[in-house]
Design a protein around this ligand. Structure first.
Ligand code: KL2
Length: 707
């Protein structure tokens, strides 16, 4: 009856480890009396536990909807509209009652993994008495219902109408520049004031399998409880449902913000399965900027659209952990991980969930950093390489951002005569400042050099690479193109253009990127390799060998008499005889290495890691861009999962580089959302998504080869 959404939208799930029967049941089933106990547990206690769990879920969901309804109660231009005067508990009870009356919603059988499931957000606008135009334009909020067999799936299509957009734009434009940031966001959020319908349809049920299977999950819930600090005004969910303990909670966090699992395993890019069919090591990678609490406190104006309760760290922590548990990644790259939260809560909890974690705090006085966590049952750590982007005395690297690069050995139960290459996983959070693209580029170059070093194997080839992170740069910006195309001509480029966040740049700096971008004392070449790790010195000699240079003696250009050279017959018109063993054509024309001269080209940087993005940055069904974050109500993609692939030869050198999957195959991904959907949930963070970023989740298959 019940199945976890994580499974129902199963990220591929070819891996058998996810479909094992509960160990305790299998064990109990071996003996006669044991079998009886097992049967009783399975058929009596399990349904009871599931029922209790369903009640819990309903309760939490109600609470989140209540918070969502309360979220936009910020006071804009004197228009204050508290959503409800009722105490929360009454509302919750009423909502729970309603939910139960309406069919206890979500207790439905699971969907097949490939089936597309949809958002069920129902938003009704609560009109303010303020700007009429603004409010009536919200009538564009459009609720449509789709029937799909037995199931009702509700899709909300919220469009910010042209009037609304116009109003917001003119409001913002009319504000004095320095007030725009502070007030613009409030205006935006007032404009999209929405209230979630208390009706909860299709509340995603939970699999008890998750927590029964995994003792770590059982363990972390009570552990979490001890960490709880209920702050003023905040209602701690676990407190309210204490009677349901010790059943751990996995809240179906995304009733409103439903995200489809896109199964890509059957696509053309995956080669026909031959004799090595199924010989892929499958794993899931999540990248998540979890929003450091200190950063909320440093920039409260960015979160004025949020009800204070949902900004409470305890509330957010629970949600974030549940989200991670729900999607069950094997590799987890986190950004904005506050150090005390890491050591006190995140690391202990994630460890109990089976992860080993490595953390790198930002330098200076910044309290957050990046973490990479990997399931210890699936990977073994080979090396840890933290990267500090701050370099004293270098203006281009004077910020406190960091990166982290791990080399992980995938673990196979029975390797036999098979081999599997290590996996290089990198994580970073690049500088935010939209004006300082020069710094972002240099930070990226440092990280790429570390990835290059870490992923280069003894045979000179790179192992498969995954690069996650918040790059604070949008798709198709020069920085993005640099990563994806492996090359960027930067000379003369305005620094504010590099990350493509031009809309946030009110006073674009006139700073331009000049050659060289970083001084040679940094020890990084234009190929984004450490000087000691690149073959540049040797290859220079090889590339410009004596023979190579001598052949220019006899090339047509060299034999041409310069126009200003006086013609002396037999002297200045004499052409030297080409020695018979010298090649007729310059080998440079046939040189198989197209980077040969490129790498000498000033104003140019490149790398050879062949990285492509797991996401397309566009939602074809909605005809809208994907969003990973929403600063000040404006959606953007700044988070990425890049992975190494094989470049496809493309005649047109200028155009976007093409790739096909190589040793690393993209099997699926969790779809992102569009800006309009997020508006309907009051932006980010909201009661369901506890960061100002969405998580990215992909499933990969790593080739297992014969020795
Ligand atoms: O964009 V971010 O949010 O990846 O979600 O990364 C940075 C910003 C993060 C770490 O520096 O803090 C946020 N305006 C808006 N957001 C800011 C600002 C700012 N001036 N400064 C830092 N952040």
């Amino acid at each position: 009856m019940l199945d976890a959404p994580a499974r129902s939208q199963s990220p591929s799930g070819r891996s058998s480890r996810r479909s094992q029967p509960p160990a305790w049941l299998a064990a109990a089933g071996r003996g006669g009396a044991g079998g009886m106990i097992g049967t009783v547990l399975y058929y009596v206690l399990l349904p009871v536990a599931r029922l209790l769990q369903a009640f819990r879920d309903a309760f939490f969901t109600c609470r989140k909807n209540v918070l969502l309804a309360k979220s936009p109660a910020t006071c804009i231009d004197g228009l204050s509209a508290p959503v409800s005067g009722k105490p929360v508990s009454e509302e919750q009870q009423a909502l729970l009652q309603q939910w139960l009356e309406e069919g206890a919603g979500g207790l439905h059988t699971s969907e097949s993994p490939s089936k597309t499931e949809k958002v069920l957000a129902i938003s009704t606008a609560e009109w303010l008495e303020g700007p009429e135009l603004l409010m009536t334009s919200l009538s564009d909020l459009n609720i449509s219902a789709q029937s799909d067999g037995q199931e009702q799936q509700h899709v909300v299509q919220t469009e910010a109408s042209p009037e609304l957009q116009e109003f917001v734009e003119t409001t913002l434009a009319n504000l004095p520049a320095e007030e725009r940031e502070a007030e613009g966001d409030s205006a935006l959020w007032a404009a999209i004031r929405t209230q979630a319908d208390p009706q909860i349809i299709d509340a995603a049920p939970l699999s008890t399998e998750v927590w029964i299977e995994d003792p770590a999950v059982l363990a972390w819930s009570p552990a979490l409880e001890t960490d709880v600090v209920s702050t003023e005004g905040a209602v701690w969910p676990f407190q309210d449902v204490g009677q349901f303990q010790p059943f751990p909670a996995e809240i179906p966090y995304h009733e409103i913000l439903w995200r489809d699992w896109e199964d890509l395993s059957a696509q053309d890019c995956i080669p026909e399965e031959g004799p090595e069919a199924g010989s892929l090591f499958e794993f899931r990678v999540m990248s998540y900027n979890i929003l450091a609490q200190d950063l909320i406190e440093q920039s409260p104006h960015l979160y004025m659209h949020c009800h204070p309760d949902i900004l409470n760290w305890s509330y957010r922590l629970t949600n974030l952990l549940q989200e991670i548990q729900h999607w069950d990644p094997d590799v987890l790259c986190l950004q904005e991980v506050q150090e005390n939260h890491y050591w006190e809560q995140l690391e202990p909890t994630l460890m109990m969930m089976g992860f080993a974690c490595i953390y790198k705090r930002r330098t200076g006085r910044k309290t957050d950093g990046c973490a990479i966590c990997y399931k210890q049952s699936r990977f073994q750590l080979i090396s840890t390489n933290p990267v500090e982007f701050f370099r004293p005395g270098l203006d281009i690297l004077n910020r406190d951002n960091v990166g982290l690069v791990l080399l992980l050995q995938p673990l196979l139960e029975s390797l036999g005569d098979k081999a599997i290459r290590p996996l290089c996983v990198a994580n970073t959070h690049v500088l935010y400042n939209p004006r300082r693209g020069d710094i972002k580029l240099a930070q990226m170059a440092l990280l790429l050099a570390e990835i290059d070093k870490t992923s280069k194997m003894a045979d000179g080839n790179y192992c498969p690479i995954i690069l996650c992170g918040d790059l604070n740069s949008v798709p198709d910006s020069p920085l993005y193109k640099f990563i994806r195309n492996g090359q960027l001509y930067y000379h003369g480029m305005p620094a504010w253009k590099v990350s493509g966040q031009e809309e946030f740049c009110e006073h674009p700096y006139q700073r331009k990127l000049l050659t060289p971008l970083w001084p040679s004392c940094l020890g990084i070449t234009d190929d984004c390799q450490y000087v000691t790790h690149c073959q540049s010195k040797t290859s220079d000699r090889l590339k410009y060998s004596r023979d190579f240079l001598l052949q220019f003696h006899y090339c047509d250009a060299a034999c041409e008499r310069p126009a200003e050279l006086i013609l002396l017959e037999g002297v200045t018109d004499a052409k030297p005889d080409r020695p018979p063993h010298w090649p007729k054509k310059l080998t440079v024309n046939n040189n198989s290495d197209p980077e040969l001269f490129c790498s000498r080209y000033p104003g140019n940087i490149q790398h050879g890691l062949n990285l492509t993005s797991a996401y397309n940055h566009f939602l074809p069904q909605r005809g809208r861009p994907e969003i990973t974050t929403m600063p000040l109500g404006v959606g953007a993609t700044v988070d990425y999962i890049f992975y190494s692939a094989k470049p496809i030869k493309n005649e047109n050198e200028e155009s976007r580089r093409m790739y096909q999957d190589g040793a690393l195959k993209l099997l699926g991904r969790l779809s992102l959302l569009s800006e309009d959907i997020l508006w309907s949930a009051n932006g980010l963070p909201n009661p369901f998504c506890s960061s100002d970023h969405l998580c990215l989740l992909t499933s990969f298959g790593l080739e297992i080869s014969d020795f």
